[in-house]
Ligand binder design. Structure first.
Ligand code: G3P
Length: 218
């Protein structure tokens, strides 16, 4: 499974990129607003920090303007994935932009049929929002299972399932079990994945016993 970080905070992105385990970044207008940075500048900086896909979202609602915005974003760097919303205009824009060789992430997906349409439109990624479905008492993870099953029924569909709106470590684990290709994860949740109290306790015991031997490796 690939890990993307869901943030426009360059310091967080650098810290995670340094682990060598980060495969990409996703941003959205809310995350750009939270960063307080200029959109085009921060996206360019992120693209220079990670090698993998960096999602940057269009803000137009009509296909022609989405396409124009997407073309401008795609010029920022080779690793830009233009993010478009799952509307008919977004799907039209997806078809055109992917036809031009640009990676496209179709976002705000809340149903399996929407995911099927995005794949038919040639999306590089489909972003089903797990947490927001859970928020309204629906089952976000069930959607990942459904999309996986549908995409697997049609091997010609190459769209990757990018589990988004992830809120917890359990969301990451369950998305992996459901066969999501990618999870985009908030920095705090991503950093927390390595943590376990028994790891800390075990390490403490090993270190105490090692000290008693009086030895050193280096
Ligand atoms: O990138 C979109 C997505 O991950 C949003 O998450 O927590 O705002 O629903 P959230």
């Amino acid at each position: 499974m690939k890990f993307f970080v869901d943030t426009a905070d360059i310091a967080e992105i650098r810290e995670l990129a340094d682990t060598g385990l980060l495969d990409g970044v996703t941003t959205n207008p809310s995350l750009i607003a939270k960063s307080g940075r200029n959109f085009l500048e921060v996206v360019e900086e992120i693209c220079g920090t990670v090698e993998g896909p960096v999602s940057a979202e269009v803000t137009a609602l009509d296909a022609p303007t989405m396409i124009a915005e997407g073309r401008k974003l795609a010029k920022i760097a080779k690793n830009i994935a233009v993010k478009v919303p799952l509307t008919w205009d977004g799907l039209k824009a997806c078809k055109v932009l992917t036809g031009e060789g640009t990676m496209v992430n179709v976002t705000l997906c809340f149903s399996a049929n929407q995911a099927l349409l995005a794949a038919k439109a040639g999306a590089t990624f489909i972003s089903p929002f797990i947490g927001r479905l859970d928020d309204i008492n629906l089952d976000g993870m069930e959607l990942i299972h459904e999309i996986r099953e549908i995409y697997d029924n049609y091997p010609a569909l190459e769209t990757e399932i990018l589990a988004a709106s992830i809120r917890s470590a359990n969301h990451v684990k369950d998305a992996a079990l459901a066969g999501a290709d990618v999870a985009t994860v908030p920095p705090a949740v991503l950093k927390g994945l390595a943590a376990h109290p028994l790891t800390d306790k075990g390490l403490e015991m090993f270190m105490a016993d090692w000290k008693k031997t009086g030895q050193k490796i280096l």
